[in-house]
Design a protein around this ligand. Structure first.
Ligand code: BEZ
Length: 255
C-alpha cells in the first residue's frame, strides 16, 4: 500500500469492476466459514469483503486509500473497514485468515507486507492472495518506457509495481514463517471496458503511478502515445486487452 495514487473510488467501481469479479474465484481458495475472522488487505471499495461476510465470517477490510475506505463504509455499513499501510499496519488481535486480491503489487516492500500479514494471523492461520506476477502488464510498461525514451523524458518514469517471480514470492513468505501450500503464476488476458477508449481509461486510472510528477497535459499526451504503441499488440476488432499475469498463493502460518 505504498502507492501515492489518488484513487477515484467511484470511477474504480465503474469501469474497473472486473477486478473484484475475477477475485470471486479466489474465494474458492479461501473457503471462509461462519464464525471465522478474516482480514481483507487492500480491500478497495469492499466488494470482496462483503462476499466473504456472506459466509458468516467476520471481516475487517484494510486499505491505504481514505477514498476507498469511505466508499466501502457507505456501501457496506455492517462491515468494519479501516485505513492502514500494509507495510506498517499492526492488528491488536489475531485472525484466522488473511486475504488479498489485486493489491499486493502496489506494495513494493513485500517483506514488510509479509511481516504485517504474519503478525495479524494466529498460528495455523491461512493467507490467500492473488496479485500481479512477473511479466504483468509488460506491454503497457514497455509502451510507456518507449514513449518517455522517445520524448527524452525517462527522468519522469517510475516503475511503481512489484511483479515477482513465483519462487521469489514463495521465498518471501517462507522467510516470514509461512509454509506455502499452493502457488501458481498464470496469464489472464483481461478485456478492458469502454471500447476504443479502454486503454486510455486504464492508463488514466493507473498510469499516473508510472509518471507521478507529470503535469496533466504531459501525462495525457504520453498516455495517447503509449496507446498508439500498444495498438498493434493489444487492440483487436474494437477491443483492448491488458496482458495481466497473476500470482495466486495459499500459505499457512507456522508455529
Ligand atoms: C493489476 O491488477 O495487475 C494492475 C492494476 C493496476 C496497475 C497495475 C497492475
Amino acid at each position: 500500500m505504498e502507492q501515492k495514487v489518488h484513487w477515484e473510488a467511484a470511477k474504480y467501481d465503474g469501469s474497473m469492476g472486473f477486478v473484484s469479479e475475477y477475485g470471486l474465484s479466489l474465494l474458492e481458495w479461501l473457503r471462509p466459514q461462519a464464525g471465522e475472522s478474516m482480514i481483507d488487505f487492500g480491500c478497495g471499495t469492499g466488494d470482496l469483503a462483503a462476499r466473504i461476510a456472506e459466509s458468516g465470517a467476520e471481516v475487517l477490510g484494510v486499505d491505504i486509500s481514505p477514498e476507498m475506505v469511505e466508499r466501502a463504509r457507505v456501501k457496506y455499513p455492517n462491515i468494519g473497514f479501516e485505513c492502514g499501510d500494509g507495510t506498517t499496519w499492526r492488528s491488536p488481535r489475531l485472525f484466522d485468515a488473511a486475504f488479498s486480491n489485486a493489491a499486493l503489487h502496489w506494495m513494493k516492500d513485500a517483506r514488510a507486507v509479509a511481516t504485517t500479514i504474519a503478525s495479524s494471523l494466529r498460528i495455523g492461520g491461512r493467507f490467500v492472495a492473488e496479485f500481479g506476477g512477473y511479466g504483468n502488464v509488460r506491454d503497457i510498461v514497455r509502451a510507456m518506457r518507449e514513449t518517455l525514451e522517445a520524448q527524452g523524458r525517462m527522468d519522469a518514469f517510475v516503475m511503481p509495481w512489484y511483479f515477482p517471480k513465483l519462487g521469489e514470492y514463495a521465498s518471501v513468505l517462507e522467510q516470514e514463517g509461512f509454509e506455502v501450500r499452493k502457488a501458481m503464476l498464470f496469464d489472464r488476458p483481461t478485456p478492458l471496458e469502454d471500447g476504443e477508449q479502454g486503454m486510455m481509461g486504464w492508463l488514466r486510472m493507473f498510469g499516473h503511478a508510472m509518471v507521478p510528477n507529470a503535469s496533466a497535459a504531459e501525462s495525457e499526451a504520453w498516455f495517447e502515445e503509449a496507446c498508439e504503441r500498444l495498438n498493434p499488440v493489444a487492440y483487436k476488432a474494437g477491443q483492448w486487452t491488458a496482458g495481466y499475469r497473476r500470482i495466486r498463493v495459499e500459505a499457512v502460518k507456522l508455529g
